[in-house]
Design a protein around this ligand. Sequence first.
Ligand SMILES: NC(=O)c1ccc[n+]([C@@H]2O[C@H](COP(=O)([O-])OP(=O)(O)OC[C@H]3O[C@@H](n4cnc5c(N)ncnc54)[C@H](O)[C@@H]3O)[C@@H](O)[C@H]2O)c1
Length: 460
Amino acid sequence: MTLGVLLVGVGGNNGSTFVASLMAHKEKISWKDHSGKICFPDWLGSTVMMGSTSREDRKSLFEAYSLTSPEDLIVGGWDINSANLSEAVRRAGVLNWQIEEQLREKLEALVPMRAYYDASYIASNQEERADNVLSADTPLSEILAHLRLQIAHFKMTSKTEDVIVLWTANTEKMVDELADVHGGRWENLERAILSNRKDLVSPSMMYAAASILEGCAYLNGSPQNTLVPSLRDLAGRMKVFIGGNDFKTGQTRFKSMMMDFLSLCGIRVSSIASYNHLGNNDGKNLSEDHCFRSKELSKRDVVLDVVEGNPKLYEGKNPDHCIVIKYIPNVGDSKRAIDEYVGDIFMGGKQTFSIYNVCEDSLLAVPVILDILLVTDFFIRQGLTRSGRTFFPNLTPLSLFFKAPLPDRDGRVVNIFREQHAILEKSMDESFHAEVSSVFITESSSSLSNLSFTDEDEYK
Ligand SMILES: NC(=O)c1ccc[n+]([C@@H]2O[C@H](COP(=O)([O-])OP(=O)(O)OC[C@H]3O[C@@H](n4cnc5c(N)ncnc54)[C@H](O)[C@@H]3O)[C@@H](O)[C@H]2O)c1
């Protein structure tokens, strides 16, 4: 049982750390830490591999529901930068250098596929990286065909039944959503693609469209609004899962637990001030306002359902909430997050929590990426959902892993960590024990797209 994975941004800190960590497991390597202790690959930080379920036997989700082994993942991907994966791991500087040294030959053989890049969607400081891109003059219709061909080729050569495409590339700016382009039916967005409206269609929307048209689940690890209604319509008609947005790994994960905890104690959180600084390429990209804005939005809304769910405490009033992110190159991938929570307590008193959190950003993100992939793969293999229900593309059991999750069938978004975890476990259990797994007929992608494949026989 193998699973194909295509990462958009495979040469970045998350992408390269993910690939090297999987390889470290497969090759069963070891290395010494700074004190000389021998270390082995592990999956700490993965809910699926290391967390326990509420079952009596306390098995992990991985054991309880026979998930695909991480060692059976076959990974490829795109990057706008041509560095091979060995160079990318060294550039990231996240993993102990002995890991890269032992895997060098195998990592060097992995070279990202040529990517679709539009400089206006990410920070201008990323331009120097862009040496592995399709020509800027290529019309969107050809770009879509090219991306589809790359996915189809990967599927064929990796000999995997299912392929999942996951965006772990730079945070893009938000697109202003227009009803007649991004709303309604897929044909609206398709029209914009056919008329080459690069101002309306972001690169991430292009990857998502290509992925869905190829029948591959698409997952968005960044905050931008890729999965607009017209793409959700396409996913629904193609019976393809989508998930997002923005990995929930550090400060926001803590916040989605802390808000719930304080509110359950009957303490009203009246302000949250969240400050971060980081020095990796993500931080560099976020140092430009239009990209920071996307991140700010996905981090902000995490408190909303706690406020709505505790009307007696909050009376509909949100806490003051401020988010700051600064780029300090010197700290590299080691992010510093400082949060101050102020709560109203008994008889006019105040309680203040100051939380200082230091972590290697990508070492928190990679186990979450693994979780997202294994859970998505599980639902694909289970035959999607229980019988008798129409297909709904938003894979909401994944909400635990995202800062700004997609809404469920009833339009509800759940941010509370505890509730999200219960939904994940319950959905997996129900799906695992469902008697009939319905077989969905996928609408033929050719009937959904006027776009034809390009003749180009080059997939890089
Ligand atoms: N803890 C975390 O690390 C964390 C948590 C939540 C969200 N995220 C998000 O995950 C994303 C990746 O984080 P990272 O630290 O790996 O960033 P990174 O900058 O190191 O990697 C991004 C990679 O994407 C590539 N890229 C940019 N545009 C592309 C395109 N159009 N096609 C293909 N490749 C493209 C870049 O060259 C780069 O190698 C960011 O958007 C970040 O905000 C990260």
